[in-house]
Structure formats: structure tokens, C-alpha cells
Design a protein around this ligand. Structure first.
Ligand SMILES: O=C([C@H](O)CO)[C@H](O)[C@H](O)COP(=O)(O)O
Length: 209
């Protein structure tokens, strides 16, 4: 199981500062969608330049023009790029093909997908690298989480790695770990803490137990 730090509500210098603080405890750094919207792929480029040995995920949440967008994120230094599970199969295929040709990986975000089991099986057959269940900020705000959806994808996905994101905190992490996803994505559970380093350390310790 790996730990991914999601950076959403920062600018580029802020992102670099947080990564410096917690880098020893996380496996992947995510440049979150709001950061990409605010700063562009420059954010991916600058974080990768500052931490060349760190795996960097660009959370583009691609919906169309997938091959092109994956190629741009790859050129900026992203190792993993996200596409939405709700995208057309043609887009998913384009993303996978471009990522493979660049030696990169594709993570599919299942946010807003209604029939998780059916779509996860289809995506698995299309050769994506990760399938991630995700409760976004707007559903977290009304008390939802992705723990049941994680069990669903774990039961149907056979090739891709499984991932989970959305409001995971130190107190809910054990429940997630029980289900053994390949990747656990945490944003506010680390970045929202006064002592980010200690929060990341405790999370890594629980994951490695
Ligand atoms: O993808 C995300 C969200 O849609 C905003 O871009 C977050 O990175 C993801 O939800 C993880 O962050 P937390 O929910 O704060 O753990």
C-alpha cells in the first residue's frame, strides 16, 4: 500500500514547502486539480524539478482530448495522470495509449460514476493502471465517503491497482487499510493539520504496520 499526498489548496511555493516537510513519509505527490487550474502544468514542472526522485501525479481529471492532454502532462514531468471514469472509452484508450508510449501511468477517477462495478470492469479491460473511488469535496460536505465503493472495486478489478480518495483522516485510515487498496490518497488529512510532518508520519506508520 502506498500513500499519496494531495496538494489542492496551495500555490506552487506552498506546494514545495509542504512536500519538503513530509517527503520522507509519502510515496506520491499529487498536484491537485485546483492547483492545475490556478497555476497550469507549470505547477507539475516546478514540483518535479524540485523533487526529481518523487513520483508526481497530475490530477487533470481529463474528460476529452485525452491523448493530447496526457502528452502535455507527461512533457511537464508527470508520472501519473488522471482521467475521469465517466469519459468515453475512446478517451480512455487514447489516454492509455499515450501514457504507455511515454512510459507513464493512468489513474481513473470514478467520481460521479453511478454504476461503479460495471464501469470498473470495463476500465480494467481497457488497461488503465489505477482505478480510484473518490468522494469529492462537494459530497464530503454532505457526509459521504468511498469505503463501500472501495469494496466494490476490490471485488471486480483484476488487473488494475485500486485506489481510494476523499476526506480520509487519521481516524478513518484504519478502516481504509483493512480493505487493502494499493494506493491511499490523502489531502486535508495531512495538509489541514498544524503538524503536517507528524500527520504524514503517523499515516505511513499505520499503512506499514
Ligand atoms: O481530488 C480531490 C478533489 O477533487 C479536489 O481536487 C482531492 O485531491 C481528493 O479529494 C483528496 O483530498 P482530501 O479529500 O482533502 O483528502
Amino acid at each position: 500500500m502506498k500513500l499519496q499526498l494531495a496538494l489542492d489548496l496551495v500555490d506552487i511555493p506552498g506546494a514545495i514547502e509542504v512536500v519538503k516537510e513530509v517527503e520522507q513519509y509519502v510515496d506520491i505527490v499529487e498536484i491537485g486539480t485546483p492547483v492545475v487550474i490556478n497555476e497550469g502544468l507549470k505547477a507539475v514542472k516546478e514540483v518535479k524539478a524540485a523533487f526529481p526522485n518523487m513520483t508526481v501525479l497530475a490530477d487533470l481529471k481529463i474528460m476529452d482530448a485525452a491523448g493530447y492532454e496526457v502528452s502535455q502532462a507527461s512533457a511537464a514531468g508527470a508520472d501519473i495522470i488522471t482521467i475521469l471514469g465517466a469519459a468515453e472509452d475512446e478517451s480512455i484508450k487514447g489516454a492509455v495509449e499515450e501514457a504507455k508510449s511515454q512510459g507513464k501511468q493512468i489513474l481513473v477517477d470514478m467520481i460521479a460514476v453511478k454504476d461503479i462495478a460495471t464501469r470498473a470492469k470495463e476500465l480494467d479491460a481497457l488497461g488503465v493502471d489505477y482505478i480510484c473511488v473518490h468522494t469529492g469535496y462537494d459530497l464530503q460536505a454532505v457526509g459521504k465517503d468511498s469505503f463501500e465503493d472501495l469494496a466494490t472495486i476490490k471485488s471486480v478489478v483484476t488487473n488494475a491497482k485500486t485506489a481510494v480518495a476523499g476526506g480520509i483522516k487519521l481516524d478513518t485510515l484504519p478502516e481504509v487499510i483493512k480493505q487493502q487498496p494499493d494506493l491511499i490518497i490523502v489531502g486535508g488529512g495531512i495538509t489541514g493539520q498544524d503538524d503536517k510532518k507528524e500527520a504524514a508520519r503517523k499515516m505511513q506508520e499505520l499503512i506499514n504496520q
